[in-house]
Write a protein that binds this ligand. Structure first.
Ligand SMILES: [Zn+2]
Length: 129
């Protein structure tokens, strides 16, 4: 099989469990790109911003970002449950973060904000607020 992330050939161990499902990633990529849910919390006027992300300090190309973005579904489940009563959900992609000053204006007026991204973005507090 060919790994969908590194495009190298790999062999899976034959077993009864592998008959109907094939692994898309080699063992090395499974370990390297295993998502871990990380977050930061910072205060804003009258509330908090929770910033969640899955990967810290990885360099990914566009194809890898696209493939790994399927793991963002954990955040979608948070959005659906909304047990912390967030007022606003923001997906931080490269375009949103590029406009720091607008992000601050957008958040202004909300108390509980949930931001999430695939990769950790460097958020400079003073540039946003
Ligand atoms: Zn691989």
């Amino acid at each position: 099989m060919i790994c969908k992330l590194c495009h190298s050939f790999f062999l899976e161990e034959d077993s009864i469990f592998g008959l109907f499902s094939f692994s898309e990633l080699c063992q090395e990529c499974k370990e390297k790109y295993s998502p871990s849910r990380l977050y930061e919390v910072f205060p804003i006027r009258g509330g908090i911003v929770e910033y969640h992300y899955l990967y810290d300090d990885l360099s990914l190309n566009v194809y890898q970002k696209q493939y790994l973005s399927k793991y963002l579904s954990v955040f979608y489940l948070d959005m659906l449950s909304n047990d912390k009563n967030f007022d606003l959900f923001i997906f931080l992609d490269d375009d949103v973060l590029f406009e720091d000053e607008y992000l601050g204006l957008f958040i202004n007026g909300f108390n509980n904000v949930f931001m999430f991204s695939l990769m950790r973005k460097e958020i400079i507090y003073k540039d946003i607020f």
